[in-house]
Design a binder for this molecule. Structure first.
Ligand SMILES: C[S@@+](CC[C@H](N)C(=O)[O-])C[C@H]1O[C@@H](n2cnc3c(N)ncnc32)[C@H](O)[C@@H]1O
Length: 372
């Protein structure tokens, strides 16, 4: 059903416009992933698109840590940050941002009274006005000051349980009559996207009046996604991801949601501008460090972005270049990575962390793979 609907949309779009680029086609496919779109093209269409422009390789200025798939780091384009700022800035209003560091930077430039709530601890090294940056897990955090914000803007991971928890949090801290803005994925993002959108929207309707602005939000293609496009030779060199903007006027108090099972267990490291997320499992402090590939052939590049894929699901160490590993002894490895992040060499760490020779070799190979 889902693939059929997508295929139909692609043929209609291509029959209407022969001059379209692959990015433009992906942008109007309602959130469907470019690799699925590409797989549904015939050979001739694929070859036509492959002739598209070459990727721009210019180094980009990095005002934020490299995007990591474990954080769902899809950042807004500059243009989207500017139009959102125009939309939500206000006279002395107090603005809360949930998971939107790029928008925080833009609103600060405009001297807005803005607070960021985000789980990514690496952000604190980058962002100005640190007293307004709150490193919290929005799925489990309890807000003490209630109903203080005139406006909340949030861009949660695109899953129903995250939306429910984050919306309930936004509802708690917004004044009556205040605004809640939310990003919403489009209808062909995944097979059950229409049903999931409806569920999310009906929850928004419980809070107040809902207004939908189609295609308002544009995202930068992060390096971890570009690595997958490059691997499959898919001609995406620019930004393709688009979402709708939902505006809710906060009128009713939502019933409090239960504690979710989606607690953030990642520790985050940054070495040579590469971000590394390591999932921490309790009670494995005595385990020796071991590192394996999520694939039988030993590859480390995870060849998808989809959270439903097994290699992605099983990997407990994920980098901003979309490399994934199955790690044992994650607590011990976390100590090692923190030391290396602070500038120690593997030789220093070897003694300090009591690593045996096999562990040293495993860590050394892992670092080589990640950093070169
Ligand atoms: C989809 S990205 C949104 C980025 C945004 N579009 C921007 O341009 O700034 C998700 C953001 O939510 C944050 N995040 C993910 N899970 C979180 C959680 N459980 N609690 C708080 N923040 C979280 C990530 O660290 C990341 O900054």
């Amino acid at each position: 059903m889902y693939k059929k609907a997508l295929k139909k949309r692609i043929s209609t779009l291509l029959s209407k416009s022969s001059n379209i680029s692959f990015e433009e086609l992906s942008k109007i496919c309602l959130g469907a992933s470019p690799y699925l779109i590409f797989s549904l093209l015939d050979k001739k269409q694929k070859n036509l698109f492959r002739k598209d422009i070459q990727p721009p390789k210019a180094a980009m200025e990095k005002p934020l840590p490299a995007e990591n798939p474990a954080n769902y780091d899809w950042r807004f384009t500059k243009e989207t940050c500017i139009s959102l700022t125009e939309k939500i800035k206000g006279n002395n209003s107090k603005i809360a941002l949930f998971g939107t560091p790029a928008l925080y930077l833009e609103l600060l430039k405009n001297k807005e009274n803005v607070h960021l709530f985000d789980v990514n601890s690496l952000l604190i090294n980058y962002l100005p006005k640190k007293t307004n940056v709150h490193i919290v897990d929005l799925n489990t955090h309890t807000f003490i000051e209630e109903s203080d914000f005139d406006c909340v803007f949030m861009d949660p991971p695109w899953y129903v349980d995250h939306y429910q928890k984050w919306t309930s949090q936004a509802n708690i801290i917004t004044k009556a009559g205040g605004r809640i803005y939310v990003s919403l994925f489009q209808e062909l993002l995944r097979p059950k996207a229409i049903k999931q959108r409806n569920k999310i929207l009906s929850n928004f309707n419980l809070i107040g009046n809902v207004d939908i602005k189609k295609n308002f939000l544009n995202y930068i293609t992060p390096q971890f996604e570009q690595e997958v496009f490059d691997y499959y030779n898919i001609p995406i060199y620019k930004n393709w991801r688009v979402a709708d903007l939902i505006e809710i006027r906060n009128e009713t108090e939502l019933p409090k949601t239960k504690n979710p099972s989606i607690k953030d267990h990642w520790l985050r490291f940054e070495i040579n501008n590469i971000t590394i997320s390591l999932y921490i499992v309790k009670n494995n402090s005595n385990e020796k460090i071991d590192v394996k590939s999520p694939y039988k052939n030993g590859d480390s590049l995870i060849k998808t972005i989809s959270a439903r894929n097994n290699a992605k699901k099983n990997a407990n160490l994920i980098t901003s270049r979309n490399q994934g590993y199955l790690v044992n002894g994650s607590k011990k490895l976390a100590i090692v990575l923190r030391e290396i992040e602070r500038g120690s060499t593997l030789k220093d760490v070897h003694e300090k962390c009591n690593l045996d020779l096999v562990e040293v070799r495993k860590v050394s190979n892992l670092l080589k793979d990640i950093l070169t």
